[in-house]
Design a protein around this ligand. Structure first.
Ligand SMILES: Nc1ncnc2c1ncn2[C@@H]1O[C@H](COP(=O)(O)OP(=O)(O)OP(=O)(O)O)[C@@H](O)[C@H]1O
Ligand SMILES: [Mg+2]
Length: 390
């Protein structure tokens, strides 16, 4: 039972970004309460059993002690003196009885200990390492003109300066691609946009409004996120798609699966949408997992799309399928795409090149290629390793 609770917590902790970015803390907490509730029942039964047993043990103990005392009394009266031997026997018998009483106290202590642990975890789910400045309560229903990343700076708590004065603009309905070497700060931008972390400097403005002003519900309802590592939960396909949302119709889920090019895969399963996909989606291939993550983003019909392309290598067929799914997902939406395979962003409206947390170049593919700077070097580097370029 403890193992189930442990497995559940493990999953939630590992998938905390998904939980937060889908505004699904409530749901994670419900699951936690469910599993820990079951655990509590088992514990209670155990304690009840223990507490039924201990009066028996105690009665036996008390009776034993009485027998001893009566015996001793009898012995003393008979002989009118307490011999050293009988005193020792008395002592030894009493000492043997003591541990039973101690055991009882042990059980209570263990319970109290577990309870405090559970409370800690609950607190962690709500606060730890995450933003402290409260979000506003404005509604967000889409990007009308543009999103502006303005002098954005981010320093991780350990002191790493991951973003240094980053500015760029994403016009409504267009796709901006972020590229740059590993560690240049791309996923950090994603983390800020998801509001997992708060900018240490600068702002993100949506049509002039600081994005922190939007209520968590509104923001996460409209922001579709496909993260670098698709994180799936050990639940059904339907649960994974609707994660964090309530009342999602089957039709909407199927539509999301269609956009994600995953309809056939799901239909091929005997239980369809109700298929349980195994721990972290082990029953799906890498490409299928990513497409399921795309479906999860699509079911929200997001006004703003954030795609952090997977780094893990997919074979050519899966990669093409994922790419097609992403292309369809981007249609008509304001998108920020983090690209590792440059071939996937040839059609982006704008490409922003990052180096050590700074924007070093930006422009269209043709412009940047002609310029012969940082982007050209990236391009040549990926061409030098053919596996990266499909
Ligand atoms: N949680 C963290 N704590 C401290 N430093 C971090 C953390 N996450 C990332 N960094 C650092 O911040 C910098 C930017 O990392 P980031 O993950 O944004 O890079 P990236 O461009 O997404 O790289 P990749 O292409 O490998 O995904 C790196 O120097 C990285 O070591
Ligand atoms: Mg990254």
């Amino acid at each position: 039972m403890f193992r189930r609770l442990g497995a559940y917590l493990n999953e939630i902790f590992a998938g905390i970004r998904v939980v937060r970015s889908n505004n699904a803390q409530g749901r994670a907490r419900d699951g936690f309460n469910r599993v820990s509730g079951e655990l509590e029942t088992v514990e209670r039964r155990g304690t009840l059993l223990g507490s039924l047993l201990s009066p028996v043990a105690e009665t036996v103990g008390v009776a034993g002690a009485m027998v001893i005392l009566v015996g001793a009394h009898h012995f003393l009266i008979e002989t009118e003196k307490l011999s050293a031997t009988s005193l020792m026997v008395l002592g030894v018998l009493l000492i043997r009885l003591l541990p039973m009483v101690n055991q009882l106290q042990g059980v209570t202590g263990q319970l109290a200990y577990n309870y405090s642990g559970v409370k800690e975890v609950e607190k962690w789910l709500d606060t730890a390492q995450f933003p402290v400045r409260p979000f506003g309560n404005r509604d967000f229903d889409g990007v009308r003109k543009e999103i502006r990343f303005e002098n954005l700076t981010y320093r991780y708590p350990n002191g790493t300066l991951a973003l240094d004065d980053v500015s760029f603009t994403v016009p409504a309905g267009s796709t901006v691609a972020l590229v740059g070497a590993s560690g240049s700060g791309k996923s950090t931008i994603a983390g800020l946009l998801i509001r997992l972390r708060e900018p240490t400097g600068g702002r993100i403005l949506v049509d002039g409004t600081d994005y922190w002003e939007f209520s968590p519900n509104a923001w996460h309802r409209r922001l579709g996120v496909v993260e670098q590592e698709a994180f799936l939960f050990h639940e059904t396909i339907a649960d994974n798609i609707s994660f964090g949302l309530t009342d999602v119709s089957r039709e909407r889920m199927n539509e999301a699966l269609r956009i994600a090019h995953l309809e056939d895969v799901v239909q091929a399963q005997a239980k369809g949408l109700d298929t349980v996909i195994g721990e972290r989606g082990t029953l799906l291939s890498g490409g299928q997992k990513q497409r399921l993550a795309i479906a999860r983003a699509m079911v929200r019909d997001p006004q703003l799309l954030l795609l952090d392309e997977a780094t893990s290598a997919l074979d050519n067929v899966s990669e093409r399928q994922v790419q097609e799914a992403l292309d369809e997902a981007r249609q008509g939406r304001t998108s920020v795409v983090i690209a590792h395979r440059l071939s996937t962003i040839r059609n982006a409206n704008q490409i922003v090149v990052l180096e050590h947390g700074r924007v070093v170049e930006s422009g269209t593919w043709a412009e940047l290629e002609a310029k012969g700077g940082a982007f050209r070097r990236l391009l040549e580097a990926t061409r030098a390793t053919p596996s990266a370029e499909a």
